[in-house]
Write a protein that binds this ligand. Structure first.
Ligand code: FAD
Length: 480
């Protein structure tokens, strides 16, 4: 039997409509925009077939010899939660924290739904059986999943009462015996071109009047009428000059639905805005998914910090006090995020309703919110420490084998690092701070968890205010 990675790549050959520029992509694994990234993902999938590694990233399903990725493991104990965390960390470290949407996030949502299927089943009579069937299908077939929750940025000052908006946001056009037919657009879906299925629902709470826009769906990427419109590719073929862009460009895309039929078994909720909101804001499933995002983020901070330390060392600036202060700040970033992950896992509790063992959500929310500030700051520090060094590199590493090789070796060397290795290091750093991929990552960390302004505000709104304010009034009463 073909390896999991190969099976995943083969599964993408389903007639999907993926657009890069004006070209419809015929063969994703060989297309320059996707080949490096898909190679990385298929290698990650193959880890589950490696008997020496599979327990690090997966678990045996019901004690059988069938292994599934641990994002599908429903946590009923601290050990289960630790196993999930370890798997997230393993994949994240394999990709230097740079790949964020390896499907373990979206799979965790499905796992959370499955773990809570009895409670969620109250939202719709067929929901429990649909969730169960889909969870098993996704787990047993290693399905790659991603989410697409936002609506197109047409006019954010207007809502669905505006006809232009209502027609363009994803909505039901008709219902048939087979399922519902939808038109409209969704944005942004990272990993869209090579996902197996999309999880689609509204990120924002809808008014009950807007039933045509109220749905929760699992949409196969190969659905007829679904067009996946990619942004410009940041993938580079040249791994020496772009070590990250050559491996890790997770493509973002907008989804255009042109009368797409979604079969009933994939329609989790239809027409019920309250039920959609209950699923969307379901704390146990969100907590399992958000847990993955912060574990992954630790790996990314460690990677940026490692690059920054190496740059400081390479050019002999690590002895300066202000540089040490900044390098120390990066360590505080890592420790802050790690501490929040540890706190969330140590203070995990049994959810009395679902029976799942869930990380403490408040620490995860905090990690997600401050992560939006930490990452841009980490990148700023890297820029401050490398100075103009990032643009003082010859265009290609291969120039070290060219006519100027002797001179390049002489003038590009560092403290105790030869010229070629120093240039390689600075090119790696440039791929973090200056390449299109690097810029996209800064944007990603600012926004992937939703609008950071509203995320911080929500933390305030959902906080236990009296626990903080009551002692103030107590002190003032005692001070009369
Ligand atoms: C690289 C990248 C990858 C992503 N990948 C995914 C993915 O895989 N799946 C997915 O579902 N989503 C993904 N997202 C989308 C992400 O969830 C959104 O970008 C985020 O929720 C912000 O929404 P928006 O981009 O529509 O910005 P907007 O909501 O349009 O915000 C733009 C600005 O206007 C302000 N604003 C807008 N509306 C309001 C309001 N009502 N009240 C106050 N301020 C407002 C915001 O504060 C912000 O400053 C991705 C985003 C990025 C950048």
């Amino acid at each position: 039997m073909a390896s999991r990675g190969k099976r995943f790549l083969d599964s993408l050959n389903d007639g999907r409509s993926v657009w890069v520029d004006n070209d419809r992509v015929n063969d994703l694994p060989t297309h320059p925009a996707f080949s490096g990234t898909l190679n990385t993902i298929s290698q990650l999938f193959d880890l589950l077939d490696d008997v020496k590694i599979r327990d690090q990233v997966g678990y045996s399903v019901d004690g059988s010899d069938k292994y599934a990725h641990s994002s599908f493991l429903v946590p009923y104990s601290a050990e289960d939660l630790a196993k999930r965390s370890h798997a997230f960390s393993y994949w994240a470290k394999e990709t230097n924290g740079v790949m964020s949407r390896l499907s373990d996030y979206a799979r965790s949502l499905v796992t959370g739904w499955y773990g809570s299927r009895k409670q969620l089943g109250k939202l719709d009579s067929k929901l429990e059986s649909k969730i169960t069937a889909y969870y098993e299908e996704a787990r047993d077939n290693d399905l790659f999943l991603t989410t697409s929750l936002l609506d197109p940025q047409i006019d954010r000052s207007k809502g669905l009462d505006d006809q232009r908006i209502a027609e363009r946001y994803l909505h039901v056009v008709k219902e048939t015996k087979e399922g519902i037919v939808l038109s409209g657009a969704k944005m942004i879906a990272t990993g869209a071109p090579y996902t197996n299925d999309f999880l689609i629902f509204s990120f924002n709470k809808l008014d009950t009047r807007h039933s045509k826009h109220a749905h929760a769906l699992i949409v196969p990427a190969g659905s007829k009428g679904l067009h996946i419109v990619c942004r410009d590719s940041f993938a580079e073929a040249d791994v020496q000059n772009y070590p990250l862009s050559a491996r890790y460009d997770e493509m973002d895309a907008v989804l255009l639905f042109d009368e797409v039929l979604v079969p009933w078994e994939r329609v989790l909720i239809n027409g019920d805005a309250d039920a959609v909101w209950k699923l969307r804001s379901h704390v146990p499933s969100n907590t399992l998914a958000f847990h993955q995002t912060v574990v992954r983020f630790v790996a990314k901070l460690e990677f940026v910090t490692g690059v920054t330390f190496a740059v400081a060392d390479a050019i002999g600036v690590d002895g300066f006090l202000h540089v040490q202060e900044k390098l120390g700040e990066l360590i505080t970033q890592i420790d802050t995020m790690k501490a929040l992950v540890i706190a969330a896992e140590v203070q995990a509790k049994l959810d009395p309703v679902s029976g799942m063992w869930l990380p403490e959500a408040s620490y995860i929310d905090t990690a997600r919110s401050i992560g939006t500030k930490l990452y841009p700051r980490a990148i700023e520090i890297l820029q401050q420490i490398g100075g103009g060094g990032f643009v003082q590199t010859p265009a290609r590493i291969s120039q070290f084998d060219g006519p100027l090789s002797d001179l390049l070796n002489r003038y590009f060397e560092g403290v105790s690092i030869n010229a070629e290795n120093k240039v390689r290091l600075f090119k790696l750093a440039w791929d973090l701070i200056g390449s299109p991929l690097g810029s996209r990552h800064e944007l990603y960390e600012r926004f992937y968890a939703g609008d950071p302004v509203r995320s911080f505000a929500n933390q305030y709104l959902s906080s236990d205010k009296s626990a903080l304010v009551d002692p103030i009034w107590k002190l003032l009463r005692q001070s009369r």
